[in-house]
Ligand binder design. Structure first.
Ligand SMILES: CC(C)(COP(=O)(O)OP(=O)(O)OC[C@H]1O[C@@H](n2cnc3c(N)ncnc32)[C@H](O)[C@@H]1OP(=O)(O)O)[C@@H](O)C(=O)NCCC(=O)NCCS
Length: 166
């Protein structure tokens, strides 16, 4: 895939890639803590087994976006969520935003979910996270009426669920 200012690829990560995924995920949690249910402190404490577990299994998938220059600039994952495919961990590095990387990562998860026979892709997004809401809306994810908050002590951050019917 390419854009006037950035050439990149979307690649599937396997358990043996855990040391490549770890710094990207930790950078995401440090960069945008309130966009995620998990925290930097929690995942900094993860060991090899935790990282491998997240990357292992037929019911889940992780994709990385990597530039032609070899910089890893985006991450997304899917895992089971209420009997459907959940979309999690969406993040694009600030220096690579606005050129389609996020859209390409969403497309990769949606194509994978479809290939697995899922009927829906579900995600939660912060009510004030305008860039993410715009991205998901552009990919036809619609609010499904379910609302919630991040876990305490961040329960002042409200979020809503969106779904894409496949
Ligand atoms: C949300 C995020 C993933 C978007 O990634 P991105 O690579 O910049 O998105 P894209 O360039 O693929 O944009 C796709 C569409 O999303 C929308 N969009 C993305 N960023 C936007 C912004 N800042 N303002 C308005 N719309 C935006 C646009 O509709 C865009 O389509 P267009 O370029 O045709 O107008 C990125 O801003 C990010 O990582 N944010 C921090 C982490 C986060 O909030 N994750 C989501 C957790 S639910």
């Amino acid at each position: 895939m390419s854009h006037a200012s950035l050439s990149y690829s979307i690649i599937r990560m396997q358990p043996d890639d855990w040391e490549r995924v770890r710094p990207v995920r930790l950078r995401a949690l440090a960069d945008t803590p309130d966009a995620f249910g998990s925290t930097l402190a929690r995942e900094e404490a993860f060991g090899e087994t935790d990282w491998r577990e997240r990357l292992n299994g037929d019911d889940r998938i992780t994709f990385l976006a990597t530039t032609k220059a070899g910089d890893d600039v985006g991450l997304i994952g899917s895992a089971p969520y209420d009997g459907h495919a959940g979309l999690f961990s969406m993040w694009v590095a600030p220096e690579a935003r606005g050129v389609g990387v996020g859209g390409a990562l969403v497309d990769a998860v949606v194509a994978w979910a479809e290939s697995q026979g899922h009927a829906k892709v579900l995600l939660d997004v912060g009510d004030n996270n305008a860039p993410a809401i715009a991205l998901y809306a552009s990919k036809r994810f619609e609010p499904n009426g379910i609302a919630g908050t991040l876990p305490p002590p961040r329960d002042h951050i409200t979020e809503h669920q969106r779904e894409l019917i496949l």
